[in-house]
Ligand binder design. Sequence first.
Ligand code: BG6
Length: 478
Amino acid sequence: MKRYDFPNVFLWGGATAANQIEGGFHEGNKGLNIADVLPGGKERYNILLKPGFNFEIDRSKYYYPNHEAIDFYHRYKEDIALFAEMGFKVFRMSIAWTRIFPKGDELEANEKGLAFYDRVFDELLKYGIEPVVTISHYEMPLNLVKEYGGWRNREVVTFFERYVNVLFHRYKNKVKYWMTFNEINSGFVMPIQGLGFSIQKEEDKFQPTFQAFHHQFVASSIAVKACHDIIPKAKIGCMILYAPVYSYDSNPENIMYALQEESLFNNFCADVQVRGEYPSFIKRYFKENKIDLDMEEGDLQLLKEGTVDYIGFSYYMSRTEKKEKTDEEASQGNIIGGIKNPFLKASDWGWEIDPTGLRISLNQLYERYQVPLFVVENGLGAYDKVEEDGSINDDYRIDYLREHIKAMGEAVEDGVELMGYTSWGCIDLVSASSGEFSKRYGYIYVDKHDDGSGTLERKKKKSFYWYKDVIASNGRNL
Ligand code: BG6
């Protein structure tokens, strides 16, 4: 097999988010956040993709998987020891905003929450693992959702500014890698998780969605500038959900449509966060959709000054598009839309598997932005079986990861500047879209099931040993 030369300092590791692993949803004075009110099962998926949701907890009807998650809150030492055993150089995690500001709008930070992350960072650093921290990963304080209307409201920028300043001052000697908003562009398809509000009618989505994005861009620039001032040696990136858009065929109408979808979904947010200005194509889009952004004086200057140092992105799938598609065609395939690609197989959840799409993404992103790239999410959600002898032989996951790592190796040879790779859900966790535990991504199995049962015991899968060797060989042994 061909061997790849990854850069000498390549940041191998795994990725998670606070709401999907921690649990302890009421402990240490933590406040409720969006993930705490999302039920498990099919209903969650419907809530995320269809307009209308009231953000109340109703235990008589639903189970809430994020409340306990996999109990990282109490078991982080055991989990970090396993990451260290695999040789992780970095661990991507997020900070739950509601541990630091339980309601989001307080003036004083919550010391118990701050102390928890001190303990986690210290434990990581003890093993030489650098934390890569997402500041906001689908866990907006519920109070900001209910009382302020989420990111539509400009006041939220002020609360976010307070939050990030506390983080940078507190952790300036512990965290060198930061990211602002997880998959910021997912707000187009899942506004609840990304933007903190529910759209009531599909046709009403344009104005509030772009207004909320504008506030996030401003907040992101404020965070970047503060990070550079307070921790000059740190790097801070944006984080986008990237899924290259292929035209279904060579019909120029379909190619143009694919290009427009690509520009809007994949590039719009990164254009602002990396280049520091709204892209040219958006003016026409705003006009045609009657979007008129409310901006404050100085906003455009701020966007220019607060550009990110790198692009973090998630890559799970590509997307194939056709301008005119039947309902039947449109209903198949990926969570972010598109139609079925006849050349690709899909996961058990219908997500199309396309390693070459990762090489394409890396090339496209690097050519367009010319900043270092960091693959901070990628992986296969799959059902795992524990054999009678306790082993978990997840060869399908190893195959998936191997092909994607090869694609990264090719992209490095293509000349792409790649910082690292943190595969998603290095330890099994709650699925963001479906709330299931059975959609497993980990190298480490967690005995926790969709109905909330399970001992929470951790077990090493076959992929654990495989990834350990990948890291030890700097990607040469795949
Ligand atoms: C990304 C998110 O969209 O994909 C993660 O940043 C999420 O939070 C991951 O878990 C995988 O998606 P899912 O729905 O399988 O959990």
